[in-house]
Design a protein around this ligand. Structure first.
Ligand code: NDP
Length: 451
């Protein structure tokens, strides 16, 4: 059968764009539709604008400590409107690059929504229908806000990037990546932040020694972070939003940000009509090659709810292309993913947590906790935490976790070491870079404990 396209991609985010470009560059006929802006969550309302806001916020700490290094900065002011304007210009630039790169690679781009009609057909909102040998679902996810009295007043991470004014008081609900990052960003910019998390410590699933350390540091920096609390009701009043909390207390804020997770965007995509069963949270179920139960239909990225991170979606997209269009079955790897959380202080982490590592046998836990040189003159007591987990028997490094300035940059290279199967002696044999904070990673001689 002759198809209109060899591949039709629904969704122009990180995973979909990578797969479309690579396939087209191999000489295949590729179509891609995107209903919103090219670049997806990461570029438009995720990682990229978040990092720009993070940079803006992080200056506040430098300004604070700069006087102990001889600077005299008076009349400090911050202009939110200017930041958002600059951010918008950069996002539009990146959006264009994404679009142009697709076109340059020979991909036919449709700026409209698409829906799967049959195992080989995609129907666009514009009315056109195309046949394709393979269909790739890469539609990502959207923020989910639980339903309760007044929850309609909450904004999500989609809106927080476009606020007209910086709120004076905000309540952030949740203890995950987005909640903690925005609590930090807004606190650094001067907003009074109350963060409520229903659990016992932030960032569930990460190493608890690290998350406890960061939670303490976030509080020391001024965030009112409260645990085991949920929002019961929100009402709109003259003074702002009156929020009733599960412990019976209430608070009035200017804005409520619900950062309570994201849901795969599979609604009305036509998949269930084709007989595909979706997962528990609506995700597309796929095998290790990102293939669904319908052999011609594949899915990558957040819509599959595996590891919801941009670089992972990109890898899944590339592995899909190798498997399907290069004939080299390639699994997308989901272990030892290095990742950073842009809290203040930031976290860089790769490999197993201490609890996970313990399940593989006794673990030597190397911990260094110290005040970085940059904090000494100012008297800032915030410490960096570095943690290396080593399997006692094999001496293999199973995890590296860092909390503190530069953690996100350091962890990329620790990721290389772990990927190569480094043992503790490989770290020990590496000469330290002096004077840095990172040198602690290769100078931890004795374990703090065996776990
Ligand atoms: P997460 O899944 O990380 O966190 C959701 C948070 O909301 C959790 O603390 C969760 O609690 C809480 N929660 C969920 N439902 C409710 C509810 N009904 N009531 C109260 N609290 C609730 O989601 P995020 O929205 O923060 O981020 C989405 C994804 O985006 C992440 O999984 C991450 O992969 C990605 N991301 C990555 C970033 C990075 O790489 N730096 C930055 C931002 C996002 P509990 O823990 O109890 O379930």
């Amino acid at each position: 059968m002759e198809f209109d396209f060899d591949l039709f991609v629904i969704g122009g985010g990180s995973g979909g764009v990578r797969a479309a470009r690579l396939t087209s560059e191999l000489g295949f006929k590729v179509g891609l539709c995107e209903e919103y802006r090219m670049g997806g969550t990461c570029v438009i309302r995720g990682c990229v604008p978040k990092k720009l806001l993070y940079y803006a916020s992080d200056f506040s700490k430098s300004f604070e400590t700069s006087s102990s290094f001889g600077w005299n900065i008076s009349d400090l002011t911050f202009n939110w409107e200017k930041l958002i304007k600059s951010k918008d210009i950069e996002i539009s630039r990146l959006e264009k690059i994404y679009h142009n790169n697709l076109v340059k690679a020979g991909v036919k781009v449709f700026n409209t929504r698409g829906e799967v009609k049959t195992k080989h057909t995609v129907q666009l909102n514009s009315g056109e229908t195309f046949s394709a040998r393979n269909i790739l679902i890469a539609v990502g996810g959207y923020p989910s806000i639980p339903n309760y009295d007044g929850s309609q007043y909450c904004i999500s991470s989609n809106e927080v990037f476009d606020l007209k004014v910086l709120p004076e008081r905000i309540l952030i609900i949740g203890g995950g990546y987005i909640a903690c990052e925005f609590a930090s960003i807004l606190n650094g910019l001067g907003t009074k932040v109350l963060q409520l998390y229903r659990g016992r410590s932030i960032l569930r699933g990460f190493d608890s020694e690290v998350t406890n350390h960061v939670a303490q540091a976030m509080m020391a920096r001024g965030i009112d972070l409260q645990f085991n609390k949920e929002v019961k009701k929100i009402s709109k009043t003259e003074a702002g939003f009156l929020v009733t909390i599960s412990d019976g207390t209430s608070v009035t804020v200017d804005l409520v940000l619900s950062a309570t997770g994201r849901t795969p965007a599979t609604k009305d995509l036509g998949l269930e009509k084709l007989g595909l069963t979706l997962g528990e949270v609506g995700e597309v179920l796929v095998n290790e090659y990102s293939q669904t139960a319908i052999p011609s239909i594949f899915a990558v990225g957040d819509v599959t709810n595996r590891a919801n991170l941009t670089p992972v979606a990109i890898r899944e997209g590339a592995a899909f292309v190798r498997t399907v269009f290069e004939g080299k079955p390639t699994e997308a790897i989901h272990s030892s993913i290095p990742t950073a959380i842009f809290t203040q202080p930031e976290i860089g982490t790769v490999g197993l947590t201490e609890d996970e590592a313990k399940t593989k046998g006794p673990v030597e836990v190397f911990v260094a906790k110290f005040r970085p040189m940059s904090n000494v003159l100012s008297g800032n007591s915030e410490q960096i935490l570095m943690k290396i987990l080593v399997n006692q028997e094999s001496q293999k490094v199973l995890g590296v976790h860092i909390a503190g300035a530069g953690a996100s940059e350091m962890i990329q290279l620790a990721g290389v070491a772990i990927q190569m199967g480094a043992r503790k002696e490989d770290f020990d044999n590496t000469i330290a870079v002096h004077p840095t904070a990172a040198e602690e990673l290769v100078t931890m001689k004795l374990p703090s404990r065996v776990s």
